[in-house]
Design a protein around this ligand. Sequence first.
Ligand code: AMP
Ligand code: MN
Ligand code: MN
Length: 326
Amino acid sequence: MVMNRIIQHLKSSDHVLLASHLSPDGDAIGSLLAMGIALNALGIRTTLFNESPIPAVYRFLPSVNRIRSRIEDIHLFDTAVILDCGDIIRIGKNADAVQQLPAVVNIDHHITNTRFGQMHLIDTAACATAEIVYRIIKRAGLFIDEALATAIYTGIFTDTGSFRFSNTNKEAFSICDEMVARGADPYTVAKNVYGTYSLGRIKLLNLALDSLEISCNGKLSLMILTRDMFDETGTRSEDVDGMINYGRRIRNVRVAALVQEHMNGRGPEMYPKRYHVSLRSDGSVDVAEIAAHFGGGGHRDAAGFNIESRVGDIRKDLFDLAEKIT
Ligand code: AMP
Ligand code: MN
Ligand code: MN
């Protein structure tokens, strides 16, 4: 079976590179940390990598300081495990070099997964990549300590929007129940993830809500965050996480969109394109398909893409699209 083959392969690897996507969310970080702890328990040498800064709200996670933002020497590694990425380009500028490694393992739950790499554990029914990592840990017969439990719990808790999104399945509850029994503390996780915001973030939320517009037919909501707004509030991309849900909660809205301007060429947050567009749906519209049309991807209800355009044109494209929602 493929999972056994992957575990066997990892055990025979010399040094494994673990990586997850740019602008990491709780699942990207939780899965990365959990996999790191698990492979170490199996006696496997690992390096944890994420190109973006770790958002402040996730810095409480055990062993988070192990995550490196640079790959010093790609030739050190004989295997890479890519977590929570629908496409290997989501790890950032090292994607090409990583793809050249002798073995690439692709562990993910995005519907738009390109099936990159030689070994795949892709399950679009998994609520989070952390759910798949949990299965690996169980299959490998590892003991789940507090650090591992907290990483898995955080991945599932955040990717399901605190058990509210459509990916919230039976496993989300059963695994989290077990993780709490193993030492994950729901209050500590929730307090850090949702209760340690900077004042700037709340001010940015104010600007985001102020930018809210609804399409003529009422089916699409749009928020726009410009670089000036980030500058004015002293915030950055990580502070936008979750804001789109306000646009989604409006009655009759089927698709919520949030456009954010990148810090292109400035500071550590370098993106290939000028704008990132996040899309969420109420389930009646496949936003992964829309995002894929613009070169991005994601899940049926949550997707995104990067675009080099003008904000007025993006706005027009999205409102034109809204009129096609039946
Ligand atoms: P976001 O709106 O950026 O939080 O992303 C929502 C979902 O879409 C996440 O599952 C992402 O992994 C996915 N996604 C976002 N941007 C991209 C992209 N440029 N390419 C592929 N998938 C993306
Ligand atoms: Mn993710
Ligand atoms: Mn995920």
